[in-house]
Design a protein around this ligand. Structure first.
Ligand code: PLP
Length: 402
């Protein structure tokens, strides 16, 4: 068999494995060390009661002759699609058609699978640092050239750092697709409408596609900050948007998400909406009825209140981290419209050295920025997903070390 050598030769997914290895080794040497984890990218608060009640009801229905559901509609139940349109788009003045929303089991699968729409030699750009799935899924498809000294030779990196205020520069090379993620993982920063408009205008002028990952949109606290790229004029002609219930409603283990592919999106005379529908109908068999009912329930008035209470809890953690470290003289970014706080390491320490320092001296685990891409070197990510109590304790310990 002729194997996919692009996949076989992928560099190991080293970031979280290396974090785990170092923590394990430290723990073996210091079994009583009270380690606090601020590297967690997963939610920790329970599902909201509205979602749980809906799941229980749906599960009971499934056990009755009349309420049983087998395979659902390919692209999701209409009642969930309608709830999404009414809850996430209509209030922001964005019109989305039912046939433009595709329910899925996760934004990770969607952002990973979307590259199947691109030509084999499409040129890709990502912001740097970056959520690794955009890069790896294109590398597996053979679009990114060789991996040399921590960089792909055929990938355009758009560096985001303190110097440019984490606003990515436009690609100067010929690029077919740009991945944007706001609020950003890992930097926790957002773009204003005007800054996003620059990318939409660029994409329109260059016949390029934007894949917009809005997995963290529920954390946006300021109505002026766009929650959807479709708030930007022109975006329907150039952007696909991926959203998820994972961080919005604690569905990381429940699995439900959606992707919007507008009808206007055509390249080389081909409709991306039709292509994505064809792809999904072939390779994906839908999200369970029980899970889609749970997702629908978060759009009820009580569901909205409950999920926003949980988001407020995480937001407070992020505020505690940001304020505590800023007061200690650290340069802090993100953490306002995001569960992620991105900090500049003191004295230009390498991010892995800072990781070791915090692990050994504060018994706090974070994530070294270098693991998210070359421009992450010299930065460090802390997350708001621990308890408030642990978060306060971790910040106290870090500030003592500093
Ligand atoms: N997109 C970004 C930027 C993420 O950080 C994550 C998860 O951490 C995902 C997507 C994955 O979302 P899901 O749980 O819906 O697959």
């Amino acid at each position: 068999m002729n194997v996919n050598t692009n996949l076989a030769s992928m560099p190991a997914g080293y970031l979280f494995a290396e974090v785990a290895r170092r923590v394990k080794q430290y723990q073996a040497e210091n079994p009583d060390a009270p380690i606090l984890r601020l590297g967690i990218g997963d939610v920790t608060r329970p599902l909201c009661p509205a979602a749980v009640d809906a799941m229980v009801r749906a599960a009971r229905e499934m056990g009755t002759p009349d309420g049983f559901h087998g395979y659902g509609p390919d692209f999701g139940y209409e009642w969930l699609i309608d709830a999404i349109i009414a809850g996430d788009y209509a209030p922001r003045g964005v019109e989305i058609g039912r046939d433009e929303v595709f329910i899925s089991d996760g934004a990770k699968s969607d952002v990973g699978n979307l590259q199947e729409l691109f030509g084999a030699d499409a040129r890709i750009a990502v912001t740097d640092p970056v959520y690794p799935v955009y890069v790896d899924s294109n590398a597996m498809a053979g679009r990114l050239g060789k991996y040399e000294s921590g960089r792909w030779t055929r990938l355009t990196y758009l560096p985001c750092n303190a110097e440019n205020g984490f606003v990515p520069p436009l690609p100067t090379e010929n690029v077919d697709v740009v991945y944007l993620c706001y609020p950003n993982n890992p930097t926790g920063t957002v773009l204003t409408k005007a800054q996003l408009q620059v990318f939409v205008d660029w994409a329109m002028a260059h016949n390029a596609l934007i894949v917009y990952d809005a997995a963290y949109k529920a954390f946006i606290a300021d109505p002026q900050v766009p929650q959807s790229i479709y708030e930007i004029p022109g975006a329907r002609q150039c952007a696909i948007e991926c959203c998820s219930f994972s961080k919005t409603a604690g569905f990381t283990g429940t699995r439900c998400a959606y992707t919007v592919v507008p009808r206007e999106l055509t390249f080389d005379g081909c409709s991306l909406n039709k292509m994505w529908g064809r792809r999904q109908a072939t390779k994906f068999n839908g999200v369970s009825y029980v899970t889609q009912r749970a997702a629908q329930a978060i759009y009820s008035a009580e569901g909205q209140k409950q999920i926003m209470d949980t988001i407020a809890y995480y937001r407070e953690n992020a505020r505690v981290i940001g304020k505590g470290l800023a007061d200690a003289g650290i340069q802090v970014f993100g953490g306002v419209h995001s569960p992620y706080v991105w900090i500049k390491t003191p004295d230009d320490m390498k991010s892995w050295d800072f990781f070791d320092l915090l692990l050994r001296r504060a018994n706090v685990v974070g994530t070294p920025g270098e693991g998210f891409g070359p421009s992450g070197e010299g930065y460090f990510r802390l997350t708001a997903f621990n308890t408030l109590e642990n978060t306060r304790e971790a910040v106290n310990r870090i500030t003592k070390v500093l």
